[in-house]
Design a protein around this ligand. Structure first.
Ligand SMILES: Nc1ncnc2c1ncn2[C@@H]1O[C@H](COP(=O)(O)OP(=O)(O)OP(=O)(O)O)[C@@H](O)[C@H]1O
Ligand SMILES: [Mg+2]
Length: 411
């Protein structure tokens, strides 16, 4: 098809070698003779370049994506047309795709360190009005430092255009990671990307995607009609809270999913065994919804509650409330995602803070100790992970630690 391009040029780019081929294009390593750097050149098939509507969509999308500037989104340098081909010029990524990593199951910690920057990248693109539409392992590459980078933003829309989804060739390369609304040919928004990122998370932790039938058509039907197999039917040791978080990401109705990719990653992270061990409580208890109401020290009661009465249950409640406070603060920061629910969030935040203030000094002392333990665990993991892994980890915990600090300073 386009393999004969090797050794030749397109525009000012000398084509060095073919590095990969997907369902719609061929990617080459190329040399930008003007700027003197190696780039990736994605060359579309010539029959598509002959369609005026395709060209217009391609140019619009390339311009929009070139505006994105995020360290976890591939940089688009240029695009052009030459010798009957349309091509996109991108940053050349050397670490391969994460498809290669998924020959084995990843741990929660590995999953989160990949997903967290990707979620950030998606939320950033969504805030800029761009939906990826084709989030899948072959579109997640690694840079030379091992950081994940999303490629092919918006290209699915350009390539699929108005073509019917029933065309066999199109379905084959899209079905496994499509959202139900995509499978139905309905308009999609950022929640479709959240579903697809949920599929990637599922595959990372369970070693397989939830929907893979014998034919692309059946796979599409499963996305639309079948519930995703519960993770614990694949591996009985999966944490029930993690299971619930994955299944929420894969809800059929977009309204039932997480409202942002980061919210999804935070929910998966809430099941982090590190946190659980630091607080010495069962993971499920800390996050699986409100426990029976706590018993704050009542004003005017004769004696403060005895230390022996301060059960782990109380501690769990306090940490739950801390988690809620954090979630609500995040909600405030993401105001445009949350729209009208903000007013409710504000009220809930105030309530939470009132409850925390009423918790009394003994609880604070217990929390102080647990805070110390958590710091210990974090610094141990930081040492193990080395320089690159620590940034993510620090981000994950710093908000939580900040909140605890604030709480401990209250009298
Ligand atoms: N920016 C890049 N730098 C280096 N290699 C890349 C880059 N983008 C893509 N590749 C390589 O080219 C291969 C083909 O990419 P392409 O996007 O055409 O197909 P795909 O994503 O694998 O599949 P599909 O066409 O189904 O989306 C990738 O698997 C990857 O190995
Ligand atoms: Mg791709």
């Amino acid at each position: 098809m386009v393999s004969h391009l090797t050794g030749g040029t397109l525009g000012r780019y000398n084509i060095l070698e073919s590095v990969g081929r997907g369902g719609m294009a061929t990617v080459f390593r190329a040399f930008d003779s003007q700027l003197g750097r190696v780039v990736a050149l994605k060359v579309m098939p010539s029959y598509r370049s002959a369609e005026p509507t395709f060209l217009e969509r391609f140019r619009n999308e390339a311009r929009a994506v070139a505006q994105l500037s995020h360290q976890n989104i591939v940089r688009v340098h240029d695009f052009g047309e030459d010798k009957g081909f349309t091509y996109l010029v991108m940053e050349y990524l050397t670490g391969g795709t994460i498809k290669d990593l998924l020959s084995r199951r990843l741990t929660l910690s590995e999953t989160l360190s990949l997903l967290s920057p990707l979620a950030d990248a998606l939320d950033y693109a969504h805030a800029n009005g761009i939906v990826h539409r084709d989030v899948k392992p072959s579109n997640i590459m690694l840079d030379s430092n091992g950081n994940p980078v999303l490629t092919d933003f918006g290209l699915a829309r350009v390539m699929r255009g108005t073509e019917s989804l029933t065309r066999e060739g199109l379905v084959i390369w899209t079905a496994e990671y499509m959202s139900p609304e995509q499978a139905l040919g309905r308009p999609v928004d950022r929640r479709s990307d959240i579903y697809s990122l949920g599929l990637v998370a599922y595959q990372m932790m369970l070693g397989r995607t939830p929907f893979k039938a014998d034919t692309p058509h059946d796979t599409l039907m499963s996305h639309i009609h079948q519930p995703a197999p519960a993770p614990r039917t694949i591996d009985a040791s999966v944490n029930p809270v993690l299971e619930a978080a994955l299944l929420k990401a894969l809800a059929k109705d977009p309204a039932d999913r997480y409202r942002s990719a980061s919210e999804m990653v935070r929910a998966l992270g809430a099941t982090d065994p590190l946190l659980a061990s630091a607080f010495d409580v069962a993971i499920a208890e800390t996050v699986s919804g409100p426990a029976p109401a706590g018993k704050p020290a009542e004003p005017g009661s004769e004696a403060p509650p005895a230390a022996s009465l301060l059960s782990d249950r109380t501690i769990i409640q306090v940490t739950q409330q801390q988690a809620r406070t954090l979630a609500l603060q995040d909600a405030r920061e993401n105001a445009d995602f949350y729209g009208k629910e903000m007013a409710g969030a504000e009220v809930a935040l105030e309530e939470t803070n009132k409850q925390l203030a009423g918790m009394g000094k003994l609880v604070q002392t217990r929390i102080n100790r647990l805070h110390g333990d958590l710091c210990g665990v974090v610094s141990t993991e930081q040492t193990q992970l080395g320089a690159t892994g620590t940034t993510n980890l620090r981000e994950r915990y710093s908000g939580f630690l900040r909140e605890l600090d604030k709480f401990l300073k209250q009298d």
